[in-house]
Design a protein around this ligand. Structure first.
Ligand SMILES: Cc1ncc(COP(=O)(O)O)c(C=O)c1O
Length: 486
C-alpha cells in the first residue's frame, strides 16, 4: 500500500531545511559544517567481514581502535557502544551485581538504571540528591550520605550515581568514590551528559579522573556524533572485566553499525586533535552568553553561585538551565513560547525550568537567537504576586522532595498481578508500573513503591501542565496499574 502520510524521511528533510534551531541532542546540532565525510552513509555500512573485526570479539582494527580510545581517555579499557549509554548502564549494573543482589543508586538515575535493577532482580537502596532551594532543581549527591548507607547495609555490591545530571549538576565524584572504596565497592558513574568533559579545561573534571571504576558517556549527547553512540570505560580492578563484557554482548546488537563505530572513532580522533582548542572557544562563547543572560530580571539562569551548596560540586556551563520559578509561567509554557514564537527547540522542560543543551557544534547565530529570545521574553514578564513566591516554592518542594516508600523490588512490582485504577484513587496503592516525565526519564514512582498523596498529586499536576508523562499503560493517562490486593 502507498504511504498516505508524509514519509519520515521527508518530514526529517523538511524539518532540517526549516529555521528551527536545535538546543537538544545530538551534539553535532545538524551543523552543515560537520559530517561531510558521511554524505552517503551506505558507503561505509558493512557487517563483520574479513579485515573488519567483530565488536563482540575484537582482535583486529576494533581492538586497536578501542585501545587507542582508552589511551586518549586515560582508561584501562574503553568499549564502543552502539546502543547508547542505556546498554552501558545495563551492562555495568548486571556485571557488578549478582542476580537478586543489592545496589546503592542515586534516586535521580535515568530509567535505564531502573531497567538494570529490574533485569537483575535487584533490591535498590536509594541515595537522594539535595534539592536547590527556590529553584526546584535537584542538587548533588553527598559523599557522607553514600558513606552512611554503605555503613548500614553490608549487602550492597555496587554504587551508581548520575553526574552530571540532565541539568548539568556535578556531584563530588572523588568524595563518593572514596566512600565506595572505603567499603570495597565499585563506583559506576552515569556520565551520559559529560562526554565533553575530558576535552575541556574549563569544564568539570570527568569522573574517570576522579576515582570512578566504570564511567558511561553518551558521545551523541554533547559531542558531534551519531545518535546511539556511547562509551563505557573501566579503570582499576574492582570490577570484573569479564562480567561487564559478557553483558555488553547481551545488551548490544549482534550487528553493530560500522557507521556508528567509525563515527565514534572519528569523533574521539577529532576531539583529541582539535577538540581541546574548540572547547576553549566554545567556553568563551558560553561565558558571553551566560553574562548576557545574567541580565534577565524574572527568568533566572542557573549559574555557578550554587557551587558549594546543596551538594553541587561543579556545574556544566554548556547546559543552559532557566528557572521560571519567579514568574507565572511553567517550564512547559516557556518551552512552548520558544518553540512557537522563536522556532527554538529545547531539550527538556520540567515544571519549574527548561534546559537548553549547547555543544561545540552550535553556531553563533543559534546562540544569539537563544539569548535574544530569552531577553525579549523576560522583558515582557513580571514576577508573580507577592507571597505567591512562597506558594510556588512549597509547590515545587513537594514535587522534588517526595520520597516514595519501597514495598517490594521493581521486579516483583512488575511481575505482580495488577489492576488499573483512576490516578486520583490510587493513593495508598502500590505502583505496578513506572511513571516519569521524559526527558529526563527519572521515575516519579517505580513499580513496587507506595503511591503517596504527594506523588499522586505530582503526576496529576505534571499532566495538567502538559508535560510528557510516560510509562502509564493507559494511553489516556487517566489510570495507573497498581498491584491487586489479595
Ligand atoms: C542521565 C542519563 N543517563 C543515561 C541516558 C541514556 O543514554 P542513551 O540515550 O545514550 O542511551 C540518558 C538519556 O537521556 C540520560 O539522560
Amino acid at each position: 500500500m502507498m504511504r498516505k502520510e508524509e514519509r519520515l524521511i521527508e518530514r526529517l528533510r523538511r524539518y532540517s531545511a526549516s529555521d528551527f534551531y536545535p538546543f537538544h541532542m545530538p551534539g553535532h546540532k545538524r551543523n552543515p559544517a560537520i559530517g561531510s565525510e558521511y554524505r552517503n552513509p551506505f558507503e561505509i555500512d558493512i557487517t563483520e567481514i574479513q579485515g573488519f573485526d567483530n565488536l563482540h570479539h575484537p582482535e583486529g582494527i576494533l581492538k586497536d581502535s578501542m585501545e587507542w580510545a582508552a589511551s586518549v581517555y586515560g582508561a584501562d579499557r574503553t568499549y564502543y557502544l552502539v546502543n547508547g549509554s542505556s546498554c552501558g548502564i545495563l551492562a555495568a549494573i548486571c556485571g557488578t551485581t549478582g542476580c537478586g543482589g543489592t545496589i546503592l543508586m542515586a534516586r535521580n538515575c535515568h530509567k535505564a538504571a531502573y531497567n538494570g535493577v529490574f533485569l537483575n532482580h535487584l533490591q535498590a537502596r536509594y541515595v537522594y540528591p539535595q534539592v536547590i532551594e527556590n529553584l526546584g532543581i535537584q542538587g548533588g549527591i553527598l559523599p557522607e550520605d553514600v558513606d552512611k548507607i554503605l555503613r548500614e547495609n553490608g549487602d550492597i555490591e555496587a554504587v551508581l550515581i548520575v553526574s552530571p545530571t540532565y541539568d548539568g549538576i556535578v556531584s563530588d565524584v572523588a568524595g563518593i568514590a572514596e566512600a565506595a572504596h572505603r567499603y570495597g565497592k565499585p563506583l559506576i558513574v552515569d556520565e551520559a551528559h559529560g562526554a565533553h568533559f575530558p576535552f575541556g579545561r574549563d569544564f568539570p573534571v570527568s569522573a574517570l579522573e576522579l576515582g570512578a571504576d566504570v564511567v558511561i558517556q553518551s558521545v551523541h549527547k554533547t559531542l558531534p556524533c551519531f545518535t546511539q553512540t556511547a562509551l563505557l570505560h573501566i579503570k582499576g580492578d574492582l570490577v570484573s572485566v569479564k562480567e561487564i563484557e559478557r553483558y555488553l554482548r547481551v545488551f548490544q546488537s549482534s550487528s553493530p553499525s560500522y557507521v556508528f563505530m567509525a563515527g565514534i572513532e572519528n569523533c574521539i580522533y577529532h576531539m583529541d586533535r582539535e577538540g581541546r582548542e574548540e572547547m576553549g572557544k566554545f567556553y568563551r562563547s558560553l561565558s558571553n552568553l551566560r553574562s548576557e543572560l545574567k541580565g534577565m530580571e524574572h527568568l533566572k539562569l542557573v549559574d555557578d553561585r550554587w557551587i558549594g551548596k546543596y551538594g553541587v560540586y561543579d556545574l556544566d556551563p554548556s547546559k543552559i538551565v532557566i528557572s521560571v520559578g519567579k514568574t507565572d509561567l511553567t517550564g512547559a509554557d516557556l518551552d512552548r513560547i520558544l518553540r512557537e514564537q522563536y522556532h527554538l527547540e529545547l531539550e527538556m522542560c520540567c515544571a519549574d525550568h527548561v534546559v537548553a543543551i549547547t555543544s561545540l557544534g552550535d553556531r553563533t547565530e543559534g546562540l544569539k537567537r537563544l539569548v535574544g529570545a530569552l531577553l525579549t521574553i523576560d522583558r515582557e514578564l513580571k514576577d508573580r504576586e507577592e507571597n505567591a513566591d512562597l506558594e510556588s516554592s512549597l509547590e515545587w518542594s513537594g514535587r522534588v522532595t517526595s520520597r516514595p516508600e519501597v514495598e517490594m523490588t521493581i521486579f516483583d512490582g512488575i511481575r505482580a498481578e495488577k489492576e488499573a485504577v483512576a490516578i486520583e484513587n490510587s493513593v495508598g496503592r502500590i505502583a505496578g508500573e513506572f511513571v516519569y516525565i521524559y526527558p529526563p526519564g527519572i521515575p516519579i514512582v517505580a513499580p513496587g513503591e507506595m503511591l503517596l498523596p504527594s506523588l499522586v498529586h505530582t503526576i496529576w499536576e505534571y499532566q495538567e501542565m502538559g508535560l510528557s508523562v510516560q510509562g502509564l499503560e493507559d494511553p489516556s493517562g487517566r489510570t495507573i496499574q497498581v498491584i491487586k490486593r489479595l
